[in-house]
Design a protein around this ligand. Structure first.
Ligand SMILES: C[S@@+](CC[C@H](N)C(=O)[O-])C[C@H]1O[C@@H](n2cnc3c(N)ncnc32)[C@H](O)[C@@H]1O
Length: 452
């Protein structure tokens, strides 16, 4: 029997069995679970949960029937208040583990609407369906549209409900699935590299009610065209429909050839009064309403003045850059994706913003050519964190203030430790919950230069 005491940063349950620490796949603090030990390494035990014996006090019913197999919303059976406490604990622990000097972490800013908050979802078509535990014998296994089963690159869970996706999104997926089956279109098999349909990406402008659907297949043929036409006809709410062809082996939702079937090929969204254009593949925060809260915190922390030169590293389609431009003298955004930079430039001009410019390319390369010292530097790296060369260059540029926005506290804590070693003080840590029911949390860390 395992007595669960905590949830780690990967969402796994940490507990004790017969006086030994153990990590199991599921469970929340206070649960007592019957589990089977699957690994024993140097006294560390790992196991899988078999049966719930007693529920902890924060336990609630999960809304989604796929909750156990999907693994996307690992915190779904945990009350929202307890989720926020756990996320707060993860940030404080990550800072302590990386030996970052800090005084406190602010309470996590809760999401006002913690359901149906995602404005984007990437679904995969799969030629090998993941069979859920409670399914009847003989259920068909050669077609699925949904999410990869946890740890399985080759198995796709067929999804017919998702409570974090924007309302109406699952119905579009349902139509795409039915049409694909009716037209006998095959789904991609990552072992044989055969099959036609690969990805279905859904995006919604929450403020504008515009909807983008992006279908990626391995080839272009008449049946795919028919699916696109009928999908568009069945869902007049789709304001733009894009088709991409990806014949490469790597299973990523991107394409080498793209064509617009309906609408302009992008949607627009509004954040704090600024209008943004979002293309099928460019990054945009996935929780629009909570992103506004996040950016409000970033603006408060950046304290940009009229004369400030501001750098926005990893700027995506320019959301932070364009909001900061209202108060700064000049903002320069840096971003890997050319498509996102094209969007950022278009976003600047559609909002009449003239003091923001953008540099496209890998920051590990582009930052090398920069010599002008910024007053404020904002960085919002991807989950993998910042390249060493970028961290070194930021230290060399020595801005007075660094506002580090992070969706991965583990990589952020290591970067903060390096900034702290080089004379920066972590003055505030302000977490914002952008991803309710998951173990992920966004945090805005503010660093001030204390010495040169
Ligand atoms: C977490 S997003 C932040 C986007 C933006 N700040 C926003 O809020 O919309 C990270 C961005 O970093 C970009 N990126 C990833 N690796 C990069 C690299 N090596 N150099 C420059 N940008 C990179 C991604 O394309 C993505 O747009």
């Amino acid at each position: 029997m395992v007595h669960v005491e905590a949830i780690d940063r990967k969402g796994k349950a940490v507990g004790v069995t017969d006086g030994h620490p153990i990590v199991i796949n599921r469970g929340i603090p206070g649960d007592r679970v019957r589990a089977r030990v699957t690994k024993r390494r140097k006294g560390a035990l790992e196991g899988v949960s078999l049966e719930m014996l007693e529920r902890g006090p924060g336990h609630v019913e999960a809304r989604c029937s796929h909750h156990v197999s999907c693994g996307g919303c690992k915190f779904q059976d945990l009350s929202y208040e307890v989720q926020l406490e756990i996320l707060h604990g993860h940030i404080a622990k990550a800072l302590r583990d990386a030996a970052v000097p800090f005084t406190e972490v602010d309470p996590v800013i809760a999401c006002v609407e913690p359901w149906n908050y995602r404005n984007k979802m990437e679904l995969s078509f799969g030629g090998i369906r993941w069979v859920e535990a409670d399914e009847p014998e003989g259920a068909p296994r050669d077609f699925a549209l949904g999410f990869h089963a946890p740890g399985r690159f080759d198995r796709v869970l067929d999804i017919n409900e998702c409570h974090i996706l924007f309302e109406g999104g699952i119905e579009i997926a349902e139509t795409a699935r039915n049409l694909a089956k009716e037209l006998q279109l095959t789904a991609w098999n990552p072992h044989t590299h055969e099959g036609c349909l690969r990805h279905l990406i859904l995006r919604r402008g929450v403020r504008t009610h515009e909807t983008l659907v992006y279908v990626v297949s391995s080839v272009r043929d008449d049946l795919v065209d028919e699916l696109l036409e009928r999908l568009s006809a069945s869902h007049p709410e789709i304001t733009t429909l894009v088709h991409g062809v990806n014949s490469h082996v790597a299973d990523v939702a991107t394409s080498q050839e793209r064509r617009v079937i309906k609408g302009p090929g992008w949607i627009t969204e509004q954040l704090r009064g600024v209008e943004f254009r979002i293309s099928p593949e460019s990054f945009f925060q996935t929780n629009t309403l909570q992103a506004e809260r996040l950016f409000e915190v970033v603006l408060e922390e950046a304290q940009v003045a009229d004369a400030s030169l501001v750098y926005d590293l990893y700027c995506g389609a320019g959301s932070i850059s364009l909001l900061l431009a209202a108060d700064a003298q000049r903002v320069v955004g840096f971003e890997l994706s050319c498509e996102a930079v094209t969007d950022a430039e278009a976003n600047a001009s559609r909002n009449g913003i003239k003091n923001a410019s953008f540099v496209a390319g890998d920051l590990a390369e582009t930052i090398g050519a920069v010599n002008e010292r910024p007053d404020v530097l904002v960085c919002d790296p991807p989950r993998a964190g910042m390249h060493d060369r970028v961290v070194e260059k930021v230290i060399e540029l020595s801005p007075q203030r660094i506002v580090h926005v992070s969706c991965n506290v583990n990589t952020a804590a290591k970067e903060l430790a390096r900034f702290a070693y080089h004379g920066y003080e972590l003055v505030r840590s302000r977490p914002v919950d952008l991803f309710p029911h998951t173990p992920h949390v966004e945090c805005v860390f503010t660093l001030e230069r204390r010495s040169t």
